[in-house]
Design a protein around this ligand. Structure first.
Ligand SMILES: Nc1nc2c(c(=O)[nH]1)N[C@H]1C(S)=C(S)[C@@H](COP(=O)(O)O)O[C@H]1N2
Ligand SMILES: [Mo]
Length: 402
């Protein structure tokens, strides 16, 4: 042991890189000038200065009513780092003091409740991994042109571990009256984002979340309290939640009538399209990346469904003529990102790669043509079509229409 350590220290001294090394006993042996020691311990961590992965901000004159997109092509596994979770705000991020914030539950309940954040945190909690996806995500793909890369085309989706109180527990405490069918969920931001939530969903798997990836929810994601409705369109996951008003019918708020509805080819609109349909995308290699020459490359990507677990992801390396199953990373959580991987031998001949997800209900992700045949092209929401990427002979990857 001792000999080995001396050898190691010797090698380090040669390189002149290592200033000290903790021995097995915990003592520090300093072999160089103390000024060459590394950074001391710190109270809150930061990533390496060599890393520069960022959200993509839309070029807009109204950054408070805008979005930023997750760099899916630069992430690993299934968890989105909180600092890279996409953002969609309609009136900016409010500055909320958790000591002053309250959650009101009223309307068709026996006992209206006003809860502080501290009171909520005393209650039995759950932690679950779920994606949040804006229903406007991939809206660019309704047009044949599509987005040039996966961040701009698919980056309004992220996945976190959320911790909070099951909403069913709070509603049991408040006592739902028998006419209770819907509730208005309202945010504390200036636009008072409001959406109607069916009581059935609220009693099923809804959560009042106060934590994200192990620490307090980020201000951008709804600090101090956010409604999480697993698998349902981003918009209804009301951030900065301050009020739940229980009623016997939906409220038809502006964000569920003028927006977040989908006009069909026959002139009728789909409304309350809550569930996010199964979807997948190859994140590596993807648009605007360039792979090295012929040889082994791992195709990797993400799949998710608002209806449950991802059951299967198939990959085609010949533009959709033939499909083979990809390997799925376990554990596969319900209504969460699932990482898929597919070993690939690139021959150096131009080809098109594409993935297709199947969820546990048997739903198969449609192609763009199939989706348009079913829904038309009037809507900008809920595009879950498969996404082909062209890999040129020189290894450069582009959107197929580019
Ligand atoms: N209070 C409030 N909640 C909100 C919004 C908002 O602007 N205000 N935006 C909604 C929309 S449109 C989406 S897609 C998601 C985005 O969540 P994120 O910013 O945490 O990614 O939050 C939803 N909840
Ligand atoms: Mo959204």
């Amino acid at each position: 042991m001792r000999k080995d350590r001396r050898k190691f220290l010797g090698a380090a001294a040669l390189g002149g890189a290592l200033a000290g090394c903790a021995s097995k006993e915990g003592a520090v042996e300093v072999t160089e000038e103390p000024s060459l020691l590394g950074k001391p311990v710190g109270a809150y961590g930061e990533r390496s200065p060599f890393e520069n992965v960022k959200r993509h901000l839309n070029d807009t004159k109204t950054p408070q009513a805008a979005s930023s997109r997750t760099p899916l092509h630069q992430l690993h596994g299934i968890i989105t780092p909180s600092a890279l979770h996409f953002e969609r705000h309609h009136s900016g991020v409010p500055h909320l003091d958790p000591a002053q914030h309250r959650l009101l539950i009223h309307g068709l309940v026996e006992r209206p409740l006003v809860l502080t954040v501290a009171e909520l945190k005393r209650l039995p909690s759950v932690s679950r991994v779920h994606f949040v996806e804006c229903s406007g995500n991939t809206g660019s793909e309704w047009s044949p042109k599509g987005a040039p890369d996966v961040q701009r085309g698919f980056g309004l989706a992220s996945c976190s571990e959320w911790t909070g109180v099951p909403l069913s527990l709070l509603l049991a405490e408040a006592g739902l009256k028998k006419e209770a069918k819907w509730m208005l969920a309202e945010g504390a931001d200036p636009c008072k984002m409001s959406r109607s939530v069916p009581v059935e969903k609220a009693m099923n798997d809804a959560m009042i979340a106060y934590a994200q990836n192990g620490e307090a929810i980020r201000p951008e994601q709804g600090y101090p309290l956010r409604l999480i409705l697993p698998g349902w369109e981003g918009n209804i996951n009301v951030k900065w939640l301050r009020r739940l008003h229980v009623a016997d019918e939906p409220f038809y708020t502006k964000d569920e009538t003028s927006k977040y509805t989908e006009l069909q080819s026959d002139g009728k609109a789909r409304i309350f399209t809550f569930e996010m349909d199964a979807k997948s995308v190859i994140t590596s290699p993807s648009g605007e990346q360039k792979i090295g020459g012929p040889g082994f490359h791992e195709i990797s990507g993400l799949a998710w469904s608002g209806r449950g677990r991802i059951e299967k992801v198939e990959v085609s390396i010949d533009g959709g003529k033939t499909w083979k199953p990809a390997q799925l990373q376990e554990p596969r959580y319900s209504k969460a990102f699932t990482r898929f991987r597919f070993p690939w031998e690139f021959t150096g001949v131009e080809t098109i790669i594409v993935s297709r997800a199947v969820d546990e209900t048997g739903y198969v992700q449609p192609s763009r043509q199939e989706l348009i045949a079913a829904r038309g092209t009037n809507s900008q929401y809920h595009n879950n079509a498969t996404k082909p990427w062209r890999v040129a002979a020189d290894g450069s990857v582009t959107n197929v229409e580019a």
